[in-house]
Every structure is written in structure tokens, then in C-alpha cells.
Design a protein. Structure first.
Length: 145
């Protein structure tokens, strides 16, 4: 009988120790958990802000590069307009010098008309700048008037 009582006492002591350990573990988890949530809540918006700032910086870099490309493109178009005007003058001088006379003069007149038409288009100012339509909308650009 004494042996049975000793086993019960040992079992009760083990249960008490287990209960105290469980309470201690639960208490420490409750103390740590709110601080972990606070860290996540504090870091979450900061991380998102950092991502947004990085994306904005990349967009600004891309825009700056595109603006430089636009300046280069405008310079090229201006040069093409100047070359078109010079070519018009060359064609006029060629025609006055007799280019269209000789064998099959009509083909030479047709050639000059085609060149002049092309040069007129290349040498003229752009009538309108195409508007870029937002992504997902129908059509990539508005049509020129």
C-alpha cells in the first residue's frame, strides 16, 4: 500500500511539474507573440514603402532615359526635314537641267512625282502627337487627324 501511495505521489508531482511547465510556456508565448505581431505590423508598411520608393526611382530613371531618346528623335526628325527640303531643291535643279528629257520621259516625271510626294511628307511638321491610351483600353494610340 505504501508503494501505491508513493506511485500516486510521484504521478501527482509529475502532473504538477507538467502543468507548471505548460503554464510557463503559454505565458512566455503570450508575452512574445504581441511583440512579434508589433514587429510585423511595423515592418510591413515600411517594407511596402521601400518597395514603392524603389519602383518610383526605377520609373524616374526610365522616364529620364526616354526623355533623352525623345530629344534625340526630335533632332533626327528635324535633320530629316532639312534633308527633304534640300532634296526638293536638287530635284527641281535636276528637272531644269533636262533630267526628264530623253528616252521614256514619262517614267522620269513619275519618278520625280514620287520623290516629291515622299519629300513633302518627310519635310512637313507633324500635325499631331499620338496620344498613348492607358494599358488595357482598346487601341494603342489615337489616330492622327
Amino acid at each position: 500500500m505504501a508503494e501505491a501511495t508513493s506511485q500516486r505521489t510521484h504521478a501527482t508531482t509529475a502532473m504538477k511539474t507538467l502543468a507548471i511547465a505548460t503554464i510557463a510556456l503559454a505565458s512566455s508565448a503570450l508575452l512574445v507573440l504581441p511583440s512579434a505581431q508589433d514587429k510585423t505590423q511595423k515592418d510591413g508598411p515600411l517594407e511596402r514603402l521601400n518597395v514603392v520608393e524603389r519602383d518610383l526611382a526605377q520609373a524616374k530613371d526610365k522616364l529620364a532615359k526616354q526623355e533623352l531618346e525623345l530629344v534625340d528623335l526630335r533632332a533626327w526628325v528635324s535633320a530629316q526635314q532639312g534633308a527633304a527640303k534640300a532634296m526638293q531643291a536638287t530635284l527641281d535643279e535636276s528637272e531644269k537641267s533636262g533630267f526628264t528629257f530623253g528616252i521614256n520621259p514619262e517614267s522620269r516625271h513619275a519618278l520625280l512625282r514620287g520623290w516629291r510626294s515622299q519629300l513633302e511628307a518627310a519635310g512637313s511638321e507633324a500635325k499631331a502627337t499620338p496620344k498613348v491610351v492607358a494599358k488595357g483600353q482598346a487601341g494603342a494610340r489615337d489616330k492622327r487627324p
